[in-house]
Structure formats: structure tokens, C-alpha cells
Design a protein around this ligand. Sequence first.
Ligand code: HEC
Ligand code: HEC
Length: 326
Amino acid sequence: MKIRLFTSLFAGLLVSNAVLSAEPAVPVKLPDFKEGQYVHQAPTVEDLMNSDKIHPELKKVILRGRDMFMNTQQFRGEYVFNDMNCKSCHMGEGRRNWSAPVWPAATTLPDFRGKNQHVNSLEERIAGCFSFSMNGTPPAYGSDDMLAMVAYHKWLATGAPMYEKNIGGRGFSHLGKEKPELDYNRGKAVYTENCAICHGDNGQGQHKDGEVVFPPLWGDASYNWGAGMTRVFTAASFIKNNMPLGKPGSLTDDEAWQVANYINSQERPQDPRYTGDVKETREKYLNFHKHTNYGTVVNGKLLGDHENTGSKPFLKPDALRPRTFD
Ligand code: HEC
Ligand code: HEC
């Protein structure tokens, strides 16, 4: 099995990258849905093309949004300042359960969001991933690009009930927030054995012909310190259910936690909410950062104690602003 996977993977790399979007080649062990949960089947591009109910103009906009989602790197230096595409974390075109399918944002927002303490729209949720996960800045609200992104998310939600929140396979948190005892060196060992082959010895990822084939897990070209993936529990669940690529579910829960802690104990671009003092920023956003290693000392180094914003020439995008109705 192992041999077959890697042969096909590298053959795939030489010929095309098709294998990366293919369904996993080995049996996967994903969590069960709970009783009473809504389980969604998001439509496929084939469904879109075959539908005679969707106006051809709308099809064009949805396809544009999908293209932005799959190849967000086309906006490098504009909206995106790291090596990520939206699909790097939202795998299977943002449709896959247990890989934070993105459609629930279209049926559960507007709603209050703990991360920024106010009511968020779908546009604002998308803007959040641009600001943190992509270490960038979102397309302007109401712009053609934002419309295309919104259209893609809403179309994926086709048929899902509005404001149903008990959704099977949503998000990346099924391992729960209760972390086991974490050990840097155990995480490093899991990384070396299972991840370095694709993501590189220094988490830098891999490029081929100038394109990102395996995205980086830390460093300047990865997600920043404000991204949801820096929360160790979030990364642990993502990894458990989606990594190593092609073998999701193959790590033990403990291995997933250890390696999540390891990659999130490495440096990355500053949190856009940085106040100029890492300890103060950690305290101010402790609700979030109590789940990260930001502002803590790991191997004698205070993580996040720098002004480095990666290749992004600014710290905080204008879109990140409080909103109140007082
Ligand atoms: C580095 C990983 C990463 C990348 C890249 C990323 N996201 Fe996310 N995204 C997350 C995490 C983490 C969450 C929160 C999941 C959870 O709650 O467990 C999330 C949640 C979301 C949600 C909300 C889903 C829900 O259940 O309500 C949307 C919508 C979304 N992302 C859109 C995007 C878009 C659009 C892009 C590209 C511009 C993107 N994301 C890129 C990590 C990422
Ligand atoms: C066979 C190659 C391969 C292996 C092995 C692998 N990954 Fe990945 N990983 C990928 C690819 C490709 C993506 C992006 C998914 C996409 O674009 O469809 C990814 C995405 C990720 C992401 C989210 C995006 C980012 O860059 O932060 C994380 C986190 C991650 N992998 C962690 C791991 C960990 C931890 C391991 C080891 C347990 C691992 N991966 C093993 C290929 C691999």
C-alpha cells in the first residue's frame, strides 16, 4: 500500500499534479457523524455545468470564485502574501467533510463570532481567512472578486438548511480542545517520519516550476500567528483527518497532537492584531491564544517576539475592524 501510494504520488508529480486533488488511495478512518447531525453533500462542478436552473452568467461567477479558491496564488502580492491557496487547508475544493468545508459559513452567518467579538457576514468570514491564513488582505467588500468568492460558497451550500448549526464534519475540532501532555521532541519525531518528505525538513514546503506543490507549515511563507491553524487543537484535528496526504486517519490521536504542537512551535509571520508587545497581544486575545504557543517560551525562545510580517508590506489589513451597533 505504502509503496503504491508513493509511486503514484511521485509519478503524479512528474506528469501532473492531478493526484493531489484525487480522492485518497488508501482506506481512511474518519470520525462517525453523530445522531441528529445534518450531513451535506455539496454539489460538484459537473452538477453546476449540467444544471439548467442556474443562469449562465451566475455559472461564470461561481466558476470564477472556484478558480480563486483553488488557485489563490494568482493574487500573490495583491490579496495573498504567503504560499497558500484556500484549498491548502479546505481540501477537496472546500467541499470535504472533516477538512472544514466552507459552505456552512453561507448558512450560519450573519452570526456573532468569538474571534472578533461582533456579528460577522459571509464576506467578513472569507476576509478573515485572507487576513490570517493567507497572511494577506481580502478583496474589497462588494467587489467583483468578493462577489465571486461569496457565490462559490453559497452555491456549495445548495440545499442546506439555513441556521442549522448541528453540522456533521464541520470545522477542524473533532479531537476536542483537551490537549494531552505535549512534548516538542515527540512531535519532531512524528514530523520527520511522516511529513518532512513533502513539507520539507524545515517546514518550507516544496515548489515545482514556481508553483507551490506542498505548502509550507511554518516560516515566512506560511499562515501567520493569528490564523486558526496556529491553535494546536485545530491543527491536530486537521492533521488527524487529512494528513499525511493520501493516508488520512493513519496517525494516532496522540501523534496528531504532538506533530500539531511541533509545527506550531515554529516561527511564522506576526499576528495582524499585534499591539507591539507579544505578551500583551497574547493576553488581549487570550481567548484565542490560550490554544496557541504564541507569546510562550519554547526551547528558550519567546515565540512571536518580532516585527516580521513575512512578504506582506503591512501588519494589519483595513478590513479587520470592530463593528458595534451601540
Ligand atoms: C492555513 C489554513 C487555511 C487556509 C489557507 C484557509 N483557511 Fe479558511 N479556515 C481555516 C480554519 C482553521 C478555519 C476554522 C475551522 C474550525 O472552526 O475548526 C477556517 C474556516 C473557514 C470558513 C468558515 C467555515 C465554517 O464552518 O463556517 C470559511 C468560509 C473559510 N475558512 C474560507 C476560506 C477561504 C475563502 C480561504 C482562502 C482565501 C481560506 N479559508 C483559506 C484555515 C484555513
Ligand atoms: C504526500 C505529501 C504530504 C505528506 C506526507 C504530508 N502532507 Fe500535509 N499537505 C500536503 C498537501 C499537498 C497539502 C495541501 C492540500 C491541497 O492543496 O490539496 C497539505 C496541507 C497541509 C497543511 C495545511 C496547509 C499548510 O501548509 O499549513 C498542514 C497543516 C499539513 N499539511 C500538515 C501535515 C503534517 C503534520 C504531515 C505529517 C503528519 C503532513 N502534512 C504530511 C501534502 C503532504
